[in-house]
Design a protein. Structure first.
Length: 485
């Protein structure tokens, strides 16, 4: 585009709002300034800026006429700053434009300026305006808007976080121990423990989504269900809990948990975070009642989010034996003894269903992270792993441990876990008849005596019993290894 800087020194003139005309004052010419000086510039177009004594200004394309020594606006002012009044003395600055430049800029003259608008060319000699947005979540999803640098950075940061979900098995795909549970602690779905108080009872089960359902997005296969029968006492409660390894997790940060849930009737669920500082030595007391929020459930799936500020652990003491963690607790039943930790959830009975639990940094809940099942299994195996047939009758080589006996009471082997476990686990074994604390002696059968296993976080290397083995015997067994928090 041809643009010629003619002179940075202003000429003087008077602006008339009627017709947007500037009448130049030739009585005080500026030495060396050849702008608008003779008929040679008659009919030429200029990008003109006029400024009054108060600093108000206008800028637009004007045509020079030597007769009367005037500049007349073509179209509309492109840019303005304040109001230049009628019959006001102004300083006049100009850029010379060739015909191509005028043609290129003229579409802008027809646009209306407004806050948070960005002009752009839609085609040759055609222009329009875009909205300027500052939205971290890009919520407008507009095809006619541009984003601020800050909002682009926030959006990219939010969705580029690798492995953003701190919850393991939040999709409820892995159920190594079994598909149902009525007892406290672990017993069914991996990484989710159950805390039960008083006479309240639970009946946990693995449930399958209907193929093609859309209530919970992403085609999840399974969800968690718990039939709760409250004891209706002040000390009765049920908590579904996951321990996120390391109390440093999210400490001093804002965190958001999101999940889908429904119930058999109009019930509530309360969400709470806790910080537990491990065991051994003199660890700090647990911090509870963090981010407490009560959510109203219906008989239809809904997505819920809870955002909490997780306290800093500055000044806290961790246990010398480890085992510290950040806890996420879902309260399904809570007597009045726990009002402060549950927003007065109260005693309640019914069927609760939960799916797609996600915990992430920041104040916004993003879409649920779908991890490959192999990766999810490996994450679960860090805390608990068992062979296919542990505790059940039948023979399977999948995951079976193998040892060779010496002439004393030990049998040795090299048996690795699928992944290194969080800590040296509690190891249990069973024989081919499903008898626990027993192993199978090849060609002979079960030991009929109590057998213990030894190993570490990488695997199992020995089994022992009180009586001596026969040297060279091959010992086989199923196993479980538990290193849960």
């Amino acid at each position: 585009m041809g643009v010629e800087y003619l002179d940075s020194t202003a000429e003087t003139g008077v602006y008339a709002t009627s017709g947007d005309v500037i009448t130049l004052d030739d009585s005080t010419p500026v030495a060396g300034n050849q702008l608008f000086s003779d008929s040679a510039n008659d009919g030429a177009d200029y990008l003109v800026k006029i400024v009054d004594a108060d600093g108000n200004w206008k800028q637009g394309i004007c045509t020079y006429a030597s007769a009367g020594d005037t500049l007349t606006l073509s179209g509309s002012w492109l840019l303005t700053g304040g109001t230049v009044a009628d019959s006001t003395a102004v300083q006049v600055y100009a850029l010379g434009l060739d015909a191509a430049a005028v043609a290129a800029l003229s579409p802008l003259a027809g646009l209306t300026s407004a806050a948070n608008k960005v002009p752009y060319f839609t085609a040759s000699e055609a222009a329009d305006v875009l909205d300027f947005k500052d939205e971290d979540g890009m919520d407008s999803d507009s095809a006619t808007a541009v984003a601020s640098q800050q909002s682009v950075k926030a959006y990219v940061d939010k969705f580029s976080r690798a492995r953003k979900n701190l919850i393991i098995n939040g999709n409820f795909d892995v159920w190594q121990r079994g598909t149902s549970q009525t007892t406290t602690g672990f017993g069914s779905v991996d990484r989710w423990s159950h805390l039960i108080g008083g006479s309240t009872t639970i009946a946990v089960s693995k449930q399958t989504f209907t193929v093609g359902q859309t209530d919970v997005p992403g085609e999840p296969e399974f969800y968690y269900q718990n039939v709760v029968t409250s004891g209706s006492g002040a000390a009765d409660y049920v908590i579904v809990s996951q321990a996120i390894e390391g109390v440093r997790s999210l400490a001093g940060q804002t965190a958001t948990v999101s999940f889908y849930a429904k119930a058999s009737s109009s019930l509530n669920v309360s969400v709470e975070f806790g910080q537990l500082f491990g065991s051994g030595g003199s660890p700090s007391a647990p911090v509870t009642a963090i981010g407490v929020s009560k959510k109203a459930l219906t008989t239809s799936w809904q997505k819920f989010t809870v955002t909490a500020d997780i306290p800093s652990i500055s000044g806290k003491t961790l246990g010398s034996a480890g085992g510290d963690y950040l806890a996420l607790w879902f309260w399904l039943d809570a007597g009045s003894d726990y009002n402060s930790r549950t927003d007065s959830l109260g005693n309640q009975s019914g069927t609760f269903s939960i799916a797609q639990v996600q915990l992430e940094t920041g104040s916004e809940a993003t879409d649920f992270e779908q991890r490959p099942i192999g990766e999810e299994l490996a994450l679960c195996f860090r805390y608990y792993v068992q062979s296919d047939n542990y505790g059940a009758a039948g023979v399977t080589a999948n995951g079976m441990l193998q040892f060779v006996a010496d002439s004393a009471n030990a049998a040795y082997g090299v048996n690795y876990f699928p992944v290194q476990m969080r800590a040296s686990p509690t190891i249990s074994v069973s024989d081919n008849a499903g008898v626990t604390a027993s192993v199978h002696r090849a060609g002979i059968g079960g030991t009929g005596a109590t057998v213990t296993a030894a190993g570490g976080s990488f695997g199992v290397n020995a089994v022992t019993k009180a009586a001596a083995w026969t040297a060279g015997e091959v010992i086989l067994c199923q196993y479980s290894a538990d290193a849960e928090l």
